[in-house]
Design a protein around this ligand. Structure first.
Ligand code: ADP
Ligand code: MG
Length: 494
């Protein structure tokens, strides 16, 4: 089902063309009040070490207890990724030393993850879609944080994050360009936000990506990959991939070979740097955590969670297209952020005839509102024009009280001054002129004042546009252009 690789996805090297192969491991912090195996708070921004239980600090004899809400969140996420849910999964210890890992191991899932294979439909800017396979999703603990800027000659440790639940979501190597990779992470984040299982806040580190990149000549088997760790913005993901692919092509074209290694992306320099090679890679000595029984739940537990899932972006998009006649592009734009979709649906709820005006409403939300919000750098939550105000403006157009042109003026007034659009239309005399006699008079005046053009228009019928423009201008945009057009045709003998 993958979209065929377009020629533009190939990179031109000195010896020929190359294709990138990309697979991504996303770490997503589970939205939950308490940590994965303790009751300590997951709140962001507390004083260092203020959200740390004895379990999180790995005091001797402390036992982990699984947080059922984190399990629900992982299952919900698996369902949202159309993935297989494993009714039995196992927590393993992944052993390594790090100062901010007090246990000396991370509790993770290795051979038996809670979620198996799934897929994500990814939308590209040109309106096409492709599918990225999901290999697995597993639950694991986050580590603490080393602070190197507190003392001149010491490092400090903050364990607030220690033990917070993460979902590691591993994709198949199904992406072939940096654009596809960015679109994948964007879509995955959207799905998580709709589900309410991760807030997707990359600035806070609540969603971060390990990006695996290799290159090959078209038709060849996969090349050796490098893994770029902990990339924390969508833009950086794109930059890291572009740099890394070209670095690898350069080496291969010089007759060298790629060492499988872990690399870091340096956003200031826009380049990736080696961190450790496969030879130095840890042997984690995974083994099932003896303090935790295998995690088992019933199919009815899964089914209940499935019933409770919200409408997800793909379903919403299909509904907007089928029920309201939106274009796939408009529907994609509206569902791409949960807040945008919610706003649009609030507008629909406020319309007198949503089925008729849903498409017009989509245009207004995307072009007028989003356009303006972007320009002014305002978020949709802080929009000066509310959904009900916008619905009223669209109703006024739909019922013929104002023209589309006047509606833009009205939008401007509501944006800057606020107020009830219906009241404003009356108070400021913005109603469309519906008195045909009045319109006829304006039309007749314009035709009479321009006899030469009236003569020309019989040979050049497209000149009627000029007349319509004159009438609209003379009436301050308050007449219906359709009616003017009809009248002009009669008067000019077209
Ligand atoms: P590991 O266990 O070492 O992390 P995995 O097989 O789990 O290795 O792969 C990790 C990630 O690397 C996955 O997202 C996968 O899609 C991706 N990947 C695997 N092979 C390649 C390759 N040749 N090129 C790019 N990405 C790859
Ligand atoms: Mg891995």
């Amino acid at each position: 089902m993958n979209a065929p690789v377009k020629p533009s996805h190939l990179i031109k090297g000195a010896t020929g063309e190359w294709e990138m192969v990309i697979g991504i491991e996303v770490h997503a912090q589970v939205t939950s009040n308490a940590k994965l195996f303790s009751g300590a708070s997951t709140a962001f921004g507390g004083d260092p070490n203020s959200h740390v239980s004895l379990v999180d600090a790995a005091m001797p004899g402390m036992l982990p207890v699984i947080n059922e809400e984190c399990v629900r969140q992982a299952v919900r996420t698996g369902l949202g990724l159309n993935a297989r849910i494993n009714l039995r999964s196992v927590f393993d210890r992944k052993n390594y030393f790090y100062p901010d890992l007090p246990q000396g191991y991370q509790i993770s899932q290795y051979k038996s993850p809670i979620v198996g294979e799934g897929e994500v439909v990814v939308d590209l800017a040109d309106g096409t879609s492709f599918v990225v396979g999901i290999e697995r999703l597993h639950l694991e603990q986050d580590a603490g944080k080393s602070l190197h800027d507190q003392h001149a000659d010491m490092s400090a440790i903050d364990l607030n994050r220690s033990g917070v639940a993460l979902m590691e979501i591993v994709s198949r190597p199904d992406m072939r360009s940096s654009e596809q990779a960015r679109a994948y992470v964007t879509k995955l984040r959207t799905i998580l936000r709709y589900l309410g299982t991760c807030d997707g806040d990359m600035e806070k580190g609540n969603l971060r990506a390990d990006v695996n990149v290799s290159v090959r000549q078209p038709g060849e088997p996969f090349g050796t990959r490098c893994e770029i760790k902990n990339v924390n913005s969508i833009r950086f993901i794109g930059q890291a991939i572009e740099y890394e692919a070209r670095r690898q092509i350069g080496i291969l074209e010089d007759g060298g070979s790629i060492d499988q290694e872990t690399r870091l992306f340096d956003p200031d320099k826009g380049e990736t740097r080696a961190m450790r090679s496969k030879e130095e890679a840890h042997d984690y000595r995974y083994f099932p955590d003896p303090d935790l029984l295998p995690l088992e739940f019933s199919q009815s537990f899964v089914d209940a969670l499935k019933t409770g899932l919200p409408e997800l972006p793909d379903q919403k998009k299909q509904r907007f297209i089928a029920d309201l006649g939106l274009t796939p592009y408009d529907a994609t734009v509206l569902v791409s952020e949960h807040e945008s979709a919610n706003f649009y649906e609030s507008v629909l709820a406020g319309l007198a005839n949503a089925r008729r005006d849903g498409k017009v409403a989509a245009n207004w939300v995307i072009n007028e509102l989003f356009g303006r919000l972007n320009k002014e750098g305002v978020s949709i939550e802080a929009s000066p024009v509310s959904a009900s105000q916008l619905a009223a403006i669209i109703d006024l157009i739909g019922e013929g009280t104002i023209s589309g042109k006047i509606a833009k003026d009205l939008f401007e007034i509501v944006w800057t001054e606020g107020g009830d659009p219906r009241v404003l239309v009356e108070a400021r005399g913005m109603r469309q002129v519906t008195d045909m006699g009045a319109i006829e008079k304006v039309v007749d005046d314009i035709v009479a004042a321009n006899p030469d053009k009236a003569a020309q228009v019989r040979d050049k019928p497209q000149m009627i546009g000029w007349f319509v423009g004159q009438v609209m201008k003379a009436s301050g945009g308050k007449v219906n252009p359709q009616a003017v057009n009809e009248l002009l045709k009669t008067r000019l003998g077209l």
